[in-house]
Design a protein around this ligand. Structure first.
Ligand SMILES: Cc1cc2nc3c(=O)[nH]c(=O)nc-3n(C[C@H](O)[C@H](O)[C@H](O)COP(=O)(O)O)c2cc1C
Length: 300
């Protein structure tokens, strides 16, 4: 039967079947779309160690000083030992080239020391721009081929040993490094060509294989007008946030595209700037000035 016919047949079946939930259920009992990253850490010898990981997700997304990722790893992996000792790591996001994924699988063989495994490494290592920031502890190299790198520091106040044999590291995101093309796209606006090509792991694995897919062409879906933020929503939220500051509707219109979840934070930032300047009315011209200032800060 062709793949297309089989796909159609699956869609037509109108029931589900339960499967036994085993340990590592995302690998053993289901499919789960996952990132594939190489976490770099500093081994005791000073050499950079690269470990492939998929259990790595945004964990704390709001509150500037607390942005954090969660990394779940075997407690005795090189990565875990190095994070415990040095406190630092870098999360390197790789493009979806098959040769990179092949090398990830090779670097993911448990039990190899850093010296042994890094003989197989095909990636180019670059010194971290954070070098020297923490005089007490070294920063690992980052990967030149990555399209993006999160430079992180472990927050050891968060309990990491939640399950025997595993460690859940809360990693504060201290810097996000992007290749210039992608930084430009995020700041100036995206189209389908500006997105990096990212691999996706299937979660599921058997005793012999990991399964991956290459990212297909990105596509955009517009948020329905009725669910988006309107000028009135912004004016209402602004009034609630600080009734002493008046907003011109034309000024509010400039942030209607901010998702509702982040609207209060956006309003707070603007009101803060206005108060610093002694203003009581927010005009569209002032909004433009704030936007230009932020762009300049991001560019610097
Ligand atoms: C694609 C891929 C994803 C992986 N994800 C994880 C993970 O999220 N957590 C984990 O403990 N091990 C994961 N592994 C297995 C680790 O890579 C393996 O334990 C390896 O020895 C870790 O390297 P290290 O000891 O140098 O840290 C993964 C392996 C591969 C190939």
């Amino acid at each position: 039967m062709s793949t297309l016919k089989r796909g159609l047949k699956d869609k037509m079946v109108d029931h589900f079947e339960s499967i036994k939930i085993l340990d590592n259920f995302y690998q053993t009992s289901s499919f789960f779309p996952m990132p594939i990253v190489l976490v770099s850490t500093c081994a005791e010898s000073g050499q950079t160690n690269l470990g492939p990981y998929s259990l790595v997700f945004p964990h704390m997304i709001a509150d500037e000083s607390k942005h954090a990722m969660m990394l779940i790893t075997r407690a005795d992996s090189n990565t875990a030992q190095n994070i415990r000792r040095t406190g630092h790591c870098a999360i390197n996001f790789l493009p979806d080239e098959k040769k990179y994924l092949e090398n990830c699988v090779l670097l993911g063989y448990p039990g190899d020391t850093t010296e042994e495994k890094m003989k197989d490494n095909i990636f180019t290592l670059l010194p971290s721009p954070r070098n020297g920031v923490d005089p007490n502890s070294p920063y690992p190299d980052i990967i030149k081929e990555a399209f993006q790198v999160f430079e992180c520091t472990w927050d050891s106040s968060f309990p990491s040993k939640l399950v025997e044999g595993c460690e859940n590291f809360l990693l504060r995101v201290e810097d996000i490094l992007l290749k210039p093309k992608y930084k430009e796209a995020i700041i100036r606006g995206m189209d389908a060509k500006s997105f990096p090509r990212m691999p996706i792991g299937y979660g599921f694995r058997d005793n012999i294989h990991f399964w991956f897919t290459q990212g297909s062409k990105p596509f955009a879906l517009r948020i329905p007008e009725s669910k988006g933020t309107s000028v009135n929503t912004v004016l209402y939220a602004a009034k609630r946030y600080d009734p002493t500051i008046e907003w011109m509707p034309e000024a509010a219109e400039k942030i209607v595209r901010v998702p509702r979840l982040f609207l209060k934070r956006a309003i707070a930032g603007i009101v803060d700037e206005a108060k610093k300047k002694g203003l009581t009315v927010i005009t569209p011209e002032f909004m433009d000035k704030v936007r230009d200032k932020r762009r300049k800060e991001k560019d610097d």
